[in-house]
Design a protein around this ligand. Structure first.
Ligand code: HEM
Ligand SMILES: [Cu+2]
Length: 855
């Protein structure tokens, strides 16, 4: 049956099934190819904005005493340059590449949560727009991209500028967290059959580690932003010394994010390098396992280094030595990767195509940045160079070397994939030399201006400091570099239209993204043949033909249904068939509602903000509840000779992965909050003020009891309030057919009774935590009251969400015949959240009691 229809007919059908809507309905698009491209194009626009701001900076600094920009505007410009480049260009650009490429490299048809990907995109776009509008209105943030308190506090930055940063960036970070969840779940569960973890392309490993780092690295900053906004808007003094706070808490929270951020940017770019080097060496990568080990090590190390950004704030010497040594250790895993790349080139027969030229630029520039990094890790040197242009030079060698050059190599390498056209080697070469020479002319001199004492973030400088010539050179260099970028963009855009038609797999790559027509079809693969090698296209050159002819998994196509294969995490053995959601306006609308919430916060219209929250929740619930498949859709499918269920029926469904990964990020946020609690306790004097501490035993103990009960109750195993036959064998598309044979009374009573107990648990917990929150000391008077209230509010929020999820589970169990409810998936998802809520609730309550008892 599989070969019954022609390759082209199969292509047509699938192309239609998976294509995104057009016209204004394209707002509903969810396909990863579309979302990835949107991310990339939007990030490119932000790069151009950031680059324009850089040009303004360099124009101002070109000569001493320049009056081109005044100090106020200059502050906004360098802050926005850094902010735009880091949050709106670097991270989203890499996410865009990953979202576009990964399913194709993994032999999958889409990402695990197509609609979440769309929501992530809209959050990113709206968050970034808030920042750009503020820039145009002249109220952009102006306290530097790391927003140090107390400068960014209400006293020293009274305007709306700092709020724009806190709110716009947090909005954009929601997008990053969504992308992190999306990418991690996809890599772990959705691959071609047989692709075990150690046969994944290296790029997937890099992105897997990066996604985990996003989930662990971003929450501290999100927390910091929430706290700072609470301080600015409501006067809760987390960072104010006079009222029991500490400005260094901000620095810790910021750099717990900020240092890993550098690796979050570098790793996917290094992943691109690891994808290209073997292709152009015509040799498999040398030391695959070493590379995997080194990126995991790099990720782990990077969470223990943040204090090296704070060597000058007055921390104990022992701590300084520790963080200094740890910082230097990072050179080891980085070097392992470099040696692997060099060894691959050495053993292969390198071919110097255009992308290789850019990779050579990466090698040179990034290593130079790494070396100045080791210099800065030496504490005495750091004291000298801190906050000078030496640091500006270092960070650009690392960022431009470690990110921009690999990215440009990637642009040329994957351009045929996206456009179906080949780039021009000639223009690309000119562009390279302009960018490369311009970059070095711009940033090499900054090492020197820094060493002779030019501080960063000054809008002008007097004549005769010995900085004039070097600064002029920097400025000229940066304009040459800008010309290079313009040429490159022109080249790519032009050749996308008039370029030579690209053959299939033009560079002779071994990975699966090239096993398809170009430009890529909406469904990626007509079927998924098994994979048993790291470079399938080298070892099984007929893989693409087998896929196209339907000689792999999922070749039987049911109209109106998008199917994808889920595999076992380690072995890559086929596990079940995932039914993927199609286009929907809900992600767009939900992001709009989220945006309403954030914009209202910005203008302090708290009542309307509440409307935004309610709207967003309503849309999310609709998204989760109504979009669900009807029970009659579940069926068993024969895949490569094995029969597989749909995903609902098995543990480890996408929904379970989704909540668990969200909770990973959530737990890091709580850990950061505990860090703040303990930090203030240890560092701030008189903390907590003894007169304030009073333990309200009744609600405390009752809350503990309720959480304990929630844990003891266990899962809602029986969620079917009425029984329906397992709908195996039923054909899809009959949503209306209600299973006949109504449930036995036993099932109903059992199920309903369980629900009542769960409801009671959350009801009691809610009342108790509410009481604790109200009784806590005033948040405006002392940081102790403020932190305690934030802790309780955290628990309260989780209880409310648990109740919401319980409501959804309950409703679906009683009213309709949803597949997720039938197979207990709703209950499993709810159980994950409920357990987390109970455990975190216990921890919070105990932490407050502990501090009360101790002091
Ligand atoms: C396109 C070429 C670029 C040029 C000419 C450039 C130039 C500059 C200059 C002169 C400064 C120092 C401003 C000051 O301290 O007064 C700066 C700061 C900065 N740049 Fe760039 N830059 C470029 C690209 C990038 C890229 C690609 C990134 C990141 C991906 C980046 C991230 C930053 C950051 C984070 C700061 C620190 C901002 C702050 O101090 O708050 N830059 N840039
Ligand atoms: Cu760092």
């Amino acid at each position: 049956m599989t070969d019954a229809i022609s390759v082209d007919a199969r292509h047509q059908r699938l192309q239609q099934e998976w294509a995104d809507p057009t016209g204004w309905r394209s707002l509903a698009a969810v396909n990863h190819t579309t979302i990835g491209k949107r991310f990339i194009v939007t990030a490119l626009i932000f790069f151009l904005v950031g680059g324009l701001l850089a040009m303004l900076i360099r124009a101002q600094l070109a000569s001493p005493g320049s009056a081109f920009l005044d100090h106020d505007l200059y502050n906004q410009i360098f802050t926005m340059h850094g902010t735009v480049m880091m949050f709106l260009f670097a991270i989203p650009m890499l996410e865009g590449y990953a979202l576009y490429l990964l399913p194709k490299m993994l032999g999958s048809r889409d990402l695990a949560y197509p609609r979440l990907g769309a929501y992530a995109y809209w959050c990113y776009l709206f968050g970034g727009t808030i920042l750009l509008v503020a820039l145009a209105a002249g109220v952009a943030p102006d306290t530097g991209w790391f927003m140090y308190t107390p400068l960014s506090g209400a006293v020293h930055s009274p305007g709306i500028n700092a709020d724009v940063w806190l709110i716009g960036v947090t909005f954009a970070e929601i997008s990053a967290i969504c992308a992190g969840v999306e990418l991690m779940a996809t890599i772990l569960t959705m691959r071609a059959p047989g692709m075990s973890l150690d046969k994944m392309p290296l790029f997937a490993w890099y992105v897997l580690v990066t996604a985990a780092m996003i989930l662990i690295g971003f929450p501290p900053l999100i927390l910091g932003s929430i706290l700072l906004e609470l301080e600015r808007a409501l006067g809760w003094p987390f960072f104010e010394v006079a009222r029991g706070g500490d400005p260094l808490l901000w620095q810790h929270l910021f750099w717990m994010f900020g240092h890993p951020e550098v690796y979050i940017i570098f790793l996917p770019a290094a992943g691109m390098v690891s994808s290209m080097v073997p292709v152009f060496s015509r040799h498999p990568i040398v030391g695959y396992r070493w590379i995997v080990g080194s990126i995991v090590l790099l990720a782990v190390l990077s969470f223990g280094l943040w204090v090296h950004h704070m060597f000058t704030v007055g921390i104990p010497h022992l701590a300084q030595s520790f963080f200094s040594v740890a910082s230097m250790l990072v050179a080891i895993p980085t070097a392992i990767q470099f040696f692997s790349w060099i060894a691959t080139l050495w053993q292969g027969r390198p071919k110097f195509s255009l992308p290789m030229l850019y990779l050579a630029g990466f090698f040179f520039v990034f290593i130079a940045g790494g070396l100045t990094g080791v210099m800065l890790a030496l504490v005495p040197f750091n004291w000298q160079a801190h906050d000078t242009h030496f640091v500006v030079a270092h960070l650009h060698y690392v960022l431009v070397g470690g990110l921009v050059f690999p990215l440009l190599a990637g642009v040329y390498y994957w351009m045929p994939h996206v456009t179906g056209k080949m780039p021009s080697p000639r223009l690309g070469r000119y562009a390279f030399w302009l960018v490369f020479l311009g970059f070095n002319a711009a940033f090499l001199p900054m090492h020197l201006t820094g060493l002779v004492g030019m501080p960063r973030r000054i809008y002008t400088y007097p004549e005769g400091m010995g900085w004039d010539g070097l600064n002029l050179l920097s400025s000229v260099g940066s304009f040459v570099m800008a010309a290079g970028f313009v040429l490159l963009i022109l080249d790519v855009v032009m050749h996308a239209f008039v370029g030579r038609r690209a053959p299939r797999n033009p560079w002779g790559s071994g990975t699966l993204e090239w096993a398809m027509r170009t430009p890529a079809p909406s469904y990626n693969f007509a079927s998924l043949p098994a994979v048993d090698d790291r470079d399938p296209l080298w070892h099984e050159p007929d893989w693409p033909d087998r896929a196209a002819a339907g000689r792999g998994a999922l070749s039987a196509h049911t109209p109106g249904v998008r199917e994808n294969l889920m595999v076992e995490v380690l072995s890559g053995r086929a596990r079940c068939v995932a039914r993927m959601p199609g286009p929907s306006m809900l992600p767009f609308l939900a992001a709009l509602a989220t945006g309403l919430f954030f914009v209202c916060l910005l203008f302090k219209w708290y009542w309307i903000a509440l409307v935004g929250v309610v709207l967003a929740i309503a849309l999310f619930v609709r998204w989760a509840v109504v979009g669900g498949l009807r029970a009659s859709h579940s069926f068993v499918r024969d895949v490569l000779g094995v029969s597989l269920d749909t995903h609902h029926a098995r543990r480890g469904a996408p929904g379970e992965w989704g909540v668990s990964l969200c909770l990973l990020a959530d737990a890091t946020l709580l850990a950061a909050l505990f860090f703040g609690y303990v930090f203030l306790w240890l560092v701030a004097p008189q903390w907590p003020p003894p007169a304030w501490v009073e333990i309200a035993w009744l609600p405390t103990l009752t809350a503990l009891g309720a959480f304990g009960l929630a844990l003891a109750l266990g899962a809602l195993r029986r969620t079917r309030l009425t029984r329906a036959p397992l709908a195996s064998g039923l054909r899809a598309g009959h949503e209306a057919d209600r299973p006949t044979g109504n449930g036995s009374a036993g099932g109903t009573v059992n199920g309903a009774g369980r629900f009542v107990l769960h409801w009671a648990c959350w009801g009691v917990a809610l009342v108790c935590v509410m009481a604790l929150l109200m009784q806590a000391p005033s948040p405006q008077v002392h940081a102790y009251g403020a932190v305690t209230r934030v802790l309780y509010a955290y628990v309260l929020l989780h209880i409310l969400v648990a109740a919401l999820m319980l409501g959804v589970t309950h409703w679906r169990a009683g009213n309709r015949y949803f597949a997720a409810s039938q197979h207990g998936l709703d209950a499993r998802i709810y159980a994950v959240w409920a357990r987390y809520t109970a455990v975190s609730g216990v921890l919070v309550v105990l932490a407050v009691v502990a501090m009360g008892v101790w002091s």
